[in-house]
Design a protein around this ligand. Sequence first.
Ligand SMILES: Nc1ncnc2c1ncn2[C@@H]1O[C@H](COP(=O)(O)OP(=O)(O)OP(=O)(O)O)[C@@H](O)[C@H]1O
Ligand SMILES: [Mg+2]
Length: 212
Amino acid sequence: MAGKVITVAQQKGGSGKTTLAAHLALGFRGMGLRVGLIDLDPQGSLGRWYVTRLEVDATLCDGIEFATASAWGIPIEVRKLSAACDVVIIDTPPKIDSDLRPALRVAQLVIVPVSVGHMDLWATEGVLDLAARENRPALVVLNRTRAGTRLAGEVLTAARAMGAPVAEAVLAQRVGYAEAMGRGRGAAETRGPAQDEVAALVAEVAARLQTG
Ligand SMILES: Nc1ncnc2c1ncn2[C@@H]1O[C@H](COP(=O)(O)OP(=O)(O)OP(=O)(O)O)[C@@H](O)[C@H]1O
Ligand SMILES: [Mg+2]
């Protein structure tokens, strides 16, 4: 895998874009890959996560490069980072407009988190349309699922009806994700169920990148 680019996008705020971007980065790093992160969101959450991580222990950021970019600067940053990294992950702001296009255009895979509890699905069609217009494959990832509720099944059915592939791996609603992110860490860095779900997601995404 060399210089593959993943863009995480979803119009709906709080769907888990930044959480997914960070956990995918840690997952790929755990596979021994060099990872580049680009924060396109002026809120800068991914950057704050990275800086917090650096402050905790700079070696935790070994193998992870970080950059910010404006929409028009994306191709330049991607070119720089993909020269040094196996995979580049772009976190985007919660809106879809023409500013998102450059970030979609450079991607081999567009990951669209859908926060199940919040019915983000209604906001999903727009980003799927935009990815399709740029001829980019998308993958919907269900986030904040709750075991034993019907909602995840309903959202899954509705997502499939939109014609989008939906990842088999899901991230459950776990306070560990929020807590870990606040400490510059990943929920899968401590033993527990998040480890398995993140590993499953990373494996699925890696497989798509290899065939894509
Ligand atoms: N699986 C999860 N379980 C519990 N909390 C989660 C989960 N995923 C995300 N969260 C929490 O939900 C909130 C929103 O997540 P996050 O910041 O990743 O979303 P976002 O799509 O990047 O938001 P924005 O659109 O503002 O950039 C955060 O407080 C985060 O910790
Ligand atoms: Mg975010």
